[in-house]
Design a protein around this ligand. Sequence first.
Ligand code: ADP
Ligand code: MG
Ligand code: MG
Length: 246
Amino acid sequence: MLKVENLHVSVEGREILKGVDLTINPGEFHVVMGPNGSGKSTLALTIAGHPKYRVTDGRITFEGEEIHEFSPDERARKGILLAFQVPPEVEGVKIIEFLQQVLVELKGMDPVEAYDLVVEKASELWFREEDLHRYVNVGFSGGERKRLELLQALLIEPKLLILDEPDSGVDVDSLSIISTKIEELHKRGTAILLITHYGRILGHLNREQLTVHVMKDGRIVKTGSGELVDRIDKEGFARLFEEVGA
Ligand code: ADP
Ligand code: MG
Ligand code: MG
């Protein structure tokens, strides 16, 4: 479904990704780990089409189509959704209106039906109806922001959901509901690309069904199965990097 080949990406003239290869088939669950600054968010933002991230070599195809020329909006319509590491505040845009609009535009839903669905799904992520009349992320805690990202994903049910550190800056209760909802989306058939530093967000997910990629300095230096997550939790990256000569 998603094929990233020899991807090189520059930001403001500096090369950040230095040849990344990654294939994700429908419904698969991939995890990306790596030290800060290794290029994880750059990979996520480039797939989602952030204009600041310039592809200088290689390519990204989604369902057989090269998506290089597609705007973030077109990529979203094709089924790619990115949940941001740092979800932005959008002053003046109410959550309910934004999500209603998304469902009307993306799913062709009736606005009243969309409203009810947003309220229903929001309650599963602990948002009350009155919370939905606040502006997107304005004055929100870390946990609320990340839960709101998950709410978007639950409503849209993308083909590919990219989650950039959905566990960073959240309280333990939010962590557990976010983890549950990621698993739920995965079970319903969404392919997941999850960037994280910790195995905890994976909850009880069967490690055997995960593919784990470890990044260092703009490259994937190791790909393996789920037990890599627990190993990295325990040992950190240094020994692994030494082993693979990275
Ligand atoms: P990670 O998510 O693994 O922590 P990032 O992809 O955020 O890594 O960053 C990789 C490198 O690219 C870092 O050195 C970072 O400073 C740089 N970088 C990322 N985004 C930008 C940007 N918008 N402007 C300038 N430098 C950036
Ligand atoms: Mg980081
Ligand atoms: Mg990052």
